[in-house]
Ligand binder design. Structure first.
Ligand code: FAQ
Length: 377
């Protein structure tokens, strides 16, 4: 049984009133893996391949802006993909750069909280798994920077916007990882929230972002499972281990809920991003989906979610839950979280320390190019 194998909860289930739901439900849900989040990624991948074989015609090379806009609108309406060569409204391009860059920066800064535990993992096997996971995050950053570059911005500009503080990264990475159990909580909750947010992005209207997301989600699913497994061992371990796991979940639950962004009423970009099919669901819809997914999983982990008001709402067929502190989210986003300064200082230092590697790589690439030119035809 794995961390993201659960279907929607049964009606009438209540975290507080029905703590003894047996594991049969979880096992049955595990069998339905293909219909879960990974199933959605596979379906999005198939839809991408299928969409590549269809076209809605092409705008003439000398088309005026109105005709280009009409073509763009038709591509979006037909669920086709906008590709880098296509005309696109400037605001669409800028919105994508903002979101993809913020996402890429999050993957890179997101290496720090868990990287902190690589040297202190409790066994060689745990160390190897965590190392691979943190390396994957670097890879995700690279896919995403490459996707952003297709929009006409350079990697250097993107990195400069991160280190100068002009672009954001996810609020969640400004919280500290205090114990080994935090590695489990980050994997289960942070990667879990990331997948719930990113699976719909596999159907984003911009082709390079959608394709990057398919690969990222498959890997993110492994990340969530490793976190779930770390917590499962601790949650069923000694009383001290269980307490450590519970403490980690208590600290990471609300910041994970805040990852989905401000409530819909305060979300500045959602309406336009959904009209452009960049976002497919609102912040609150995805947050709800995440809560519903976690309740059963917490029970299987032998842990509780730190929300006394978590209740199954039979009418809505979803859990009622306590919202995260959005004032805290805004404070963290604006630079005043527990670790913002430390994360940025570390990234700037790593960037400065890596200058010689970038120079050497550029010199090597230039030499290879001039060697190729020197070869007689
Ligand atoms: N943190 O109008 P909205 C990961 C900003 S990857 C910081 O609702 P939007 C993998 C937002 O930018 C995690 N800022 O914005 C991993 C906007 O500011 P602006 C990252 C936030 O874009 C795991 C303003 O608030 N994932 O975890 C946050 O429509 C473990 C108004 O908000 C992505 O980036 C926040 N939480 O919706 C790695 C996914 N929320 O630019 C390592 C892609 C909002 O106007 C270890 N991004 N803001 O100044 C998205 O899906 C969207 O951008 C949202 C925000 C949903 C995050």
């Amino acid at each position: 049984m794995y961390g993201n194998d659960f279907g929607p909860p049964d009606e009438g289930v209540d975290q507080v009133k029905d703590p003894d739901r047996d594991t049969a439900h979880a096992d049955a849900a595990a069998a339905a893996l293909g219909e879960g989040l990974l199933g959605e990624v596979a379906a999005a991948e198939a839809a991408l391949a299928e969409a590549a074989g269809r076209t809605v015609g092409r705008a003439a090379a000398d088309a005026d802006e109105a005709a280009l806009q009409a073509y763009f609108d038709a591509v979006i309406a037909a669920d086709q993909k906008i590709e880098p060569r296509d005309w696109m409204p400037e605001k669409y391009r800028r919105t994508l750069i903002r979101q993809i860059a913020q996402h890429a920066h999050s993957e890179i800064i997101g290496m720090q909280p868990e990287g902190n535990w690589i040297s202190r993992a409790p066994s060689l096997q745990r160390k190897a798994i965590l190392l691979a996971k943190v390396q994957d995050e670097a890879g995700h950053g690279l896919y995403l920077y490459a996707a952003a570059e297709t929009l006409g911005i350079t990697r250097e500009e993107l990195v400069e916007m991160l280190v100068s503080g002009r672009q954001k990264y996810s609020s969640i990475f400004n919280y500290p990882t205090l114990t080994w159990a935090d590695v489990g909580a980050v994997g289960w909750l942070v990667d879990g929230a990331a997948i719930v947010n990113q699976v719909p992005l596999c159907r984003c209207s911009y082709g390079p972002y959608a394709r990057a997301m398919i690969r990222v989600c498959k890997e993110e699913s492994f990340h969530q499972r490793q976190g779930y497994e770390v917590l499962h061992v601790l949650g069923h371990g000694t009383p001290g281990q269980r307490a450590m796991a519970q403490d980690a979940v208590d600290r990471w639950w609300y910041p994970s809920l805040a990852m989905f962004g401000p409530p819909d009423a305060d979300s500045t970009h959602s309406a336009q991003s959904m009209a452009w099919k960049i976002k497919r669901f609102s912040n609150d819809e995805l947050r709800q989906r995440f809560v519903d997914m976690c309740v059963d999983q917490a029970r299987s982990l032998n842990l509780t979610l730190p929300d006394p008001d978590l209740r199954w709402n039979a009418q809505r067929r979803a859990y009622d839950y306590t919202q995260p502190d959005y004032d805290e989210l805004m404070r963290v986003i604006s630079g005043d979280g527990p670790c913002n300064r430390q994360r940025m200082a570390f990234r700037r230092q790593a960037h400065a320390d890596g200058a010689w590697v970038r120079e050497a790589a550029a010199a090597y690439a230039a030499k290879r190019a001039s060697d190729r030119e020197a070869v007689p035809a």
